[in-house]
Design a protein around this ligand. Structure first.
Ligand code: PHE
Length: 453
């Protein structure tokens, strides 16, 4: 995979190496925890529709923009914007990305910790140790959250320290298909249970009247989060990219794959919710809203594994939570790589020391969240729903109007000869200059007006 650890900046070893790393960054909790929760929270299929529009019309063009900026400059986000804009103004976008990355990582670690704790929860439940299981399964248990958050952080820092090794590349190649396989097996099982048909209907039949500005803001934030955009992760990964790789094609693969995994995860979780409902488990409160949404996946899926029962249930559940943890790990390393590469490049601090410093700061916030998981929603609102689209909007404006799309297209021409003359290139430039910033801007302005009113 990448030789991120090599001084003098390495490159990805193969075309697939970059796509896998970017897909590893994209596919994570956002797909399997975030997407189904958002779908359930925002009225089912209507959300999916708006989400798709956000991914294709805004996410994909922004992804191409970030990778291009990264490859052109070969730098971390702060350095990259500085390199393209001598006024220094652009660097603000990079700094914003570094901050968002660190704050997103803080809550990301806590949820990632839950996935590992649930491996223990499932095993203990299987052995009949209900007290132990309840301890590991209690999402609001501060000390337990803190322990698993620290464990997860150590893994993340360990990988970043050593550089992204071949081991991870090989592991992702096997684990991603296995995760997909487990998801499909689980979907097959859910479909045999009573109540699932209601869930499928909810998931696939949009009620257009539910589309409003709140839903759109959530969908936009979710698209940026799931595709790892708006905070420079793909600028950083793009900086390790070889000149002969086709940026547009790679970005398209990553986007489609990420949407696909989220769609599959929703196809499991939403019907599973309705199965739980038909078994008398309350998933909606009296106001009709979902009960404590951050815990949805961790409530509904273990119920499903219990239904499966026996050793099969245990095998599927342990595999599921382990794989989810690994998918989260390939995302958390990309979140940490952004601030770390900034500290290495701009402050000339060696990698190990940089990752310890940044890791320590992030861990401080993560521990606070461990003891008050209500903060997750707050962090999601500020740094994910608002922070990432804001970063994406500034990136578009910067690329389209300061650096200029024509220059970016010349960079894209490497690896995609003739891109700048092609319709792809022209449409992309138009999107980056006008469509993306305007669409994100409209969502922001309407949201603010709604709040004021
Ligand atoms: N895309 C990751 C996920 O879906 C999260 C992430 C966001 C990673 C931003 C990097 C940057 O879980």
């Amino acid at each position: 995979m990448a030789t991120i650890d090599t001084p003098g900046r390495g490159t990805w070893n193969s075309k697939l190496g970059f796509i896998l790393a970017a897909a590893g960054s994209a596919v994570g909790l956002g797909n399997i925890w975030g997407f189904p929760t958002q779908v359930a929270d925002n009225g089912g299929a209507a959300f999916i529709l708006v989400y798709l529009v956000c991914c294709i019309l805004v996410g994909l063009p922004v992804m191409i923009a970030e990778i291009t900026i990264g490859r052109k400059t070969g730098k971390n986000p702060v350095g990259a914007f500085k390199a393209l804009d001598s006024s220094g103004f652009g660097a603000i976008i990079g700094y914003w990305g570094v901050i968002c990355g660190m704050m997103i990582l803080a809550f990301y670690l806590v949820i990632s910790g839950w996935t590992i704790a649930y491996v223990f929860e499932e095993i203990l439940k299987y052995t009949g140790n209900m007290t132990g299981a309840a301890w590991f399964g209690d999402l609001a248990n501060g000390p337990k959250n803190a322990i698993f958050t620290i464990i997860f952080m150590l893994f993340t820092v360990g990988i970043i320290n050593g550089g992204v090794s071949n081991g991870i590349e090989r592991a992702t190649k096997i684990l991603m298909p296995f995760l997909l396989f487990i998801l499909i097996v689980m979907i097959g099982y859910v479909f045999t249970l009573e109540g699932s048909a209601d869930g499928v209907r909810e998931y696939l039949m949009p009620d257009f009247s539910l589309i409003d500005i709140d839903l759109t803001l959530s969908a936009m934030g979710q698209a940026f989060f799931s595709l790892s955009l708006g905070m420079g992760a793909l600028i950083t990964y793009g900086s390790y990219l070889k000149k002969n790789q086709n940026i547009m094609e790679s970005a398209a693969y990553v986007t489609v794959f990420d949407i696909f995994i989220a769609f599959i995860a929703g196809m499991l979780v939403i019907p599973a919710m309705y199965v739980a409902l038909s078994q008398g488990i309350a998933i909606f409160g009296e106001d009709g809203d979902l009960i404590s949404s951050v815990s949805l996946v961790f409530t509904v899926l273990p119920q499903l594994f219990e239904n499966m029962g026996g050793f099969l249930g245990l095998f599927v559940s342990v595999s599921f939570f382990l794989l989810l943890g690994l998918a989260a790990l390939t995302s958390s390393i990309s979140l940490l790589e952004v601030p770390v590469s900034y500290v290495i490049d701009e402050h000339k601090i060696p990698r190990k020391k940089a990752s310890l410093i940044v890791g320590g700061i992030v861990l401080f916030f993560a521990l606070i969240i461990s003891f008050d998981i209500g903060l997750i929603d707050v962090f999601v609102n500020i740094f994910n729903e608002i922070g990432l689209p804001l970063g994406g909007m500034m990136t578009c404006i910067f690329l389209g109007w300061v650096w200029k799309s024509s220059n970016a297209l010349l960079e894209i021409d490497n690896g995609f000869p003739g891109a700048s003359e092609s319709n792809f290139g022209k449409v992309w430039a138009f999107f980056i200059q006008y469509i993306c910033p305007v669409l994100i801007g409209i969502v922001f302005v309407t949201t603010v007006l709604n709040i004021i009113r």
